[in-house]
Design a protein around this ligand. Structure first.
Ligand code: SAH
Length: 604
């Protein structure tokens, strides 16, 4: 009969900081071999019957034979390591011996002392604007550290540093940090027995931490943490910015304001889920209001659905209706005017299984809104516009994705039917649009002037050229001012990255930017000047007085204290756009802020 071997991370010490899986393995074990000093023996109390061995008093061979014998007797063995076994756990040699013998085993992770130390310090190792990296390492001791990993080299990166097994020689640690060029003022902390009853925290800077540790009599069992993150002066993480795209919190494809309607209890719950994902308002009858977050809710009196829908139709760019499509179709019927002005309407069932793009699929963005809703509810987007079904990029959809304005929306129908009839289409478009969407189909040709075929033309500047006698769809770039704020000497790469995020949030590119706008005080910033030079865009500066006159959604308390300015990026963007509408609210990262405001256009 064969037993079972499980390596378990015990966590940093406190008996309730082990995982539930690890605890279960412990409680069911017949034999427990635990690493002496830093494993809390109280963890073993839940299993009075098991045979227990403190590995501190055993040689490697003894540990191995204990495990093997028990395994072959059909017993369950737990090898209990402190923190997580993957950090200085000396587990690899045990894994290797078991592998050689073909003996299976499991590994249950644990809370490493490095994270228990972060919890004790209430710090985050990675903070935007400071560092995005933590290095877990140790000073060399009896176990040598490879040359390339000498502390004096690793520390030069300026990241957060977490040192295991090193508190015994603080002097050496400090001199390596200074040799690496870290400022003596850099915050430093030592956490002794994190997560235990006798936990101790010592804080200081690189210059005095060694002395303070000595005064506290900490000589072992402690984690050293070094880095500016300890001062907690970072910026707000982009995670909290709704325009930020991220593996977990995906940026929505639909740009614009949205409202979600619901009529039933189940519908209200689904609406709350959708509204959280889209960052939208929830509109429902008064009796359902307690079911959803109050900050999003808009209520209407019993029987007031039609009136509420009519209002929302005018007020929002997209409406998501959690109800039967019949109700929605009847309400839309009274309000529909034209695909260039009607809002996007998406209908979904209470389960969120189907998100149907009902109205304004391309220009209004309902197809994208349906995709967004489906990805929030894990359902399917139902899209029926012909060009999507056939896999061709519709012109109005391309326009809406790339911040282009359709100058003559009445031509959309003509062009789309020409496409569907299989006619050849001429495109006077930037090469990149052609390559991306149309190059694969012989139906489209990239030309420099429209010929005899129906055509799509991106207007360069100015007027619509004369009549062509063929259907022509005119597109025009929407123009934006890019507002930028930044800390002193911000790097070009950081400025570029945050600016691009702002552009992408609206589908715009550098060709859509007419001005880079900032505060007067920032006109000499090298990074801003380089950015403007690189993209051949003029830079405009505004005085504090001018900026403070503009009302913005996201004022910056920091700019207020430091510069006496209420908002740099948003206000400057609005000013440079000629008093236009904010299209992308402030995005932050690495000491840089960016916002886009759309230039007011005279028709067409
Ligand atoms: N695998 C363990 C680390 C083992 S090496 C883990 O993941 O935490 C032992 C070193 O870890 C100690 O010298 C000390 O630097 C650190 N350490 C372990 N437990 C600790 C605790 N509770 N508080 C602070 N440091 C601890």
């Amino acid at each position: 009969m064969e037993g079972k071997i499980t390596f378990v991370g015990a966590g940093p010490g406190a008996e309730d900081l082990i995982t539930i899986r690890g605890k279960k393995a412990l409680d069911e074990a017949d034999v427990i071999i635990y690493a002496g000093s830093l494993v809390n023996e109280k963890l073993l109390d839940g299993n009075p019957c098991a045979q227990k061995w403190n590995s501190a008093s055993l040689s490697f061979d003894e540990i191995l034979s204990l495990m093997l014998d028990a395994y072959h007797e059909g017993k369950r063995v737990v090898r209990l390591h402190t923190g997580d076994p993957a950090m200085y756990g000396a587990v690899s040699e045990q894994y290797r011996e078991l592998d050689r013998r073909g003996i299976p085993y499991d590994v249950v992770p644990g809370v490493s002392s490095v994270f228990a130390a972060a919890a004790a310090l209430k710090t985050e190792f990675t903070m935007p604007g400071i560092t995005q990296t933590a290095i877990l390492t140790r000073a060399s001791g009896r176990t040598p550290v490879p040359d390339a990993e000498e502390l004096s080299k690793l520390a030069a990166h300026g990241t957060t540093l977490c040192l295991f097994l090193s508190v015994g020689d603080m002097e050496k640690v400090v001199s390596s940090l200074l040799a690496a060029g870290r400022s003596p003022e850099t915050p430093a902390a030592v956490v002794y027995r994190a997560g235990w009853d006798n936990e101790k925290v010592v804080r200081g800077t690189i210059s005095d931490i060694a002395q303070r540790v000595k005064e506290a009599s900490v000589k072992r069992q402690a984690m050293i943490v070094i880095g500016e993150v300890l001062a907690r002066n970072g910026e707000m993480s982009s995670l909290y910015n709704r325009n930020f795209s991220h593996g977990y919190r995906k940026r929505n494809a639909f740009h614009g304001t949205t409202a979600v309607f619901a009529l039933t209890t189940a519908g209200a719950c689904k609406a709350a889920e959708i509204a959280a994902g889209l960052d939208s308002r929830i509109i429902l009858p008064e009796k359902l209001s307690p079911l959803v977050p109050q900050e999003r809710v808009v209520i209407y009196p019993e029987g007031g659905l039609h009136e509420a829908f009519r209002k929302a139709w005018e007020q929002f760019d997209g409406l998501v209706m959690v109800m039967s499509s019949g109700i929605v179709v009847r309400m839309c019927a009274e309000l529909c005017r034209h695909k260039s002005t009607d809002p996007a309407v998406v209908v979904t069932d209470e389960e969120g299984n189907h998100a149907v793009s009902l109205l304004s699929g391309h220009l209004g963005g309902a197809n994208r809104l349906a995709q967004d809703v489906a990805s929030i509810t894990n359902g399917d987007a139902v899209v029926t516009t012909a060009s999507d079904v056939r896999g061709i990029m519709a012109f109005d959809e391309m326009a809406s994705r790339h911040a282009l304005r359709v100058v003559n929306p009445e031509a959309i129908v003509k062009l789309s039917s020409a496409v569907l009839e299989g006619k050849r289409i001429d495109l006077v478009l930037p090469e990149k649009f052609y390559q991306r969407y149309y190059a694969d189909s012989p139906q489209y040709s990239l030309v420099s002037l429209p010929g005899e075929n129906p055509a799509v033309v991106l207007l360069k500047d100015g007027e619509i050229p004369g009549e062509y006698g063929i259907p022509v769809l005119y597109l025009k770039r929407r123009k934006f001012a890019l507002g930028i704020g930044c800390r002193k000497n911000a790097a070009l790469s950081d400025l570029e990255a945050v600016a691009l995020q702002a552009l992408e949030a609206e589908g715009a590119d550098w060709d859509s930017i007419i001005a880079i706008a900032t505060a007067d005080l920032k006109l000499e910033e090298p990074g801003i000047l380089q950015l403007a030079f690189r993209h051949s865009i003029p830079v405009t500066g505004y005085s504090a007085e001018e900026l403070n006159r503009i009302e913005v959604p996201d004022p910056s308390p920091k700019a207020m204290t430091e510069l006496g300015i209420n908002s740099v990026s948003e206000a400057a963007a609005i000013l440079a756009s000629g008093g236009g509408k904010l299209a992308v609210r402030k995005i932050k990262g690495n000491g840089v802020t960016a916002a886009l405001a759309e230039k007011v256009e005279n028709e067409p």
